[in-house]
Design a protein around this ligand. Sequence first.
Ligand SMILES: Cc1ncc(COP(=O)(O)O)c(C=O)c1O
Length: 370
Amino acid sequence: MNVPSSAPRSNIPDMPSVDDLLPYLRQIDENRWYSNFGPLAQTFETRFAQRMEKAHKLPDKTLSCVGLASGYQALTIGLRLLGVVPNDKVLIPSVTFPACPLAAAPLGAEAILSDVDPQTWTLTPEIARQAASKMKLAAVMSVCVYGFPLPAEEWDAFSRETGVKVIIDAAAAVEAQKYPETCLVAHSLHALKPFGIGEGGLLVARDPDLIQQARERINFGMKDHITYQTGENAKMSEYHAAVGLAQLTRWEDIKKRRQKIYETYKLFFESLQDLTSIHPLLEKTIASSLMISLKEGNALEVFNRLQQQNVAVHHTYLPPLYEHPAFAGLEVTGKEGANEIKHKALGLPFHAFLSDEEIGKIVQKLRESL
Ligand SMILES: Cc1ncc(COP(=O)(O)O)c(C=O)c1O
């Protein structure tokens, strides 16, 4: 058996215990149904949609959703549902997880790496508008980096105005991201996300037909055992749905635990105001990581100094994707914003199991490294 490493960890999943899971696993025993849209997966989807309707004060049955095997597959299937076909151009921010451009590859679509706004660290509708005025885009994949929510109404307006379809990758922004009227929303339920189930994803839309089509696409493109269109196996198993159901009952506590850690960091950061700050958009999400911005733009040096002091510092989503060898051939619309972020963004350890004392020590080491 592998013994977990004692090296410091930047993120530790907040997952249900065996006892939390048992009632749901017993249901699986009774049902003898393990995948293919079983009763637990269906219940999870319904309860998740209801929970989000309540959180966003939407009328009942406004949202439809389907569970998938991963967030990556939610993006690929999402692009298929938006009608992306070979050689289509899909605009994707260059500051995000590699899953985003990789999701366009199985469709034969061309990922165009977009610059991002140096304030919000995201691909904004304004940046997408500029790109759409210069090239024919089939779709935009805008991303809630670090769980930062995106302006739903503005993306709806962009889509209506330009006719370009939009998928919002709200991987780590469950509940923080509003559900726009026209855009598809994808979530990752990877263990390291605030709403983690191990491996899994969700596609959420206001249009139930789109979600029905997603069900066919994630089951080999089949309808009544006949494959009418291309598809794959990207279904959520009953075991993962069991974890999802248990997480729904823990969700309010997960949020509280994360909020407490975030508030503690905020207090410690008050004394560092002139040198660095926590990114303001963290206030608007259920934080999955503690992203800070360094006024001096010396993130790479501070990263090395903190690492030497045994702090589990990280630069998630950096360097920008155009610096990854696998994406070297992709068209890039601009690098200025992304490059600025590369030099000022830094991630500190963030999870529910940090004590006040540990947070104090991390911030003290940061102070010494600045
Ligand atoms: C922004 C973003 N998009 C997509 C993904 C892929 O999600 P998954 O790991 O569930 O496939 C991730 C995973 O970390 C992510 O951070």
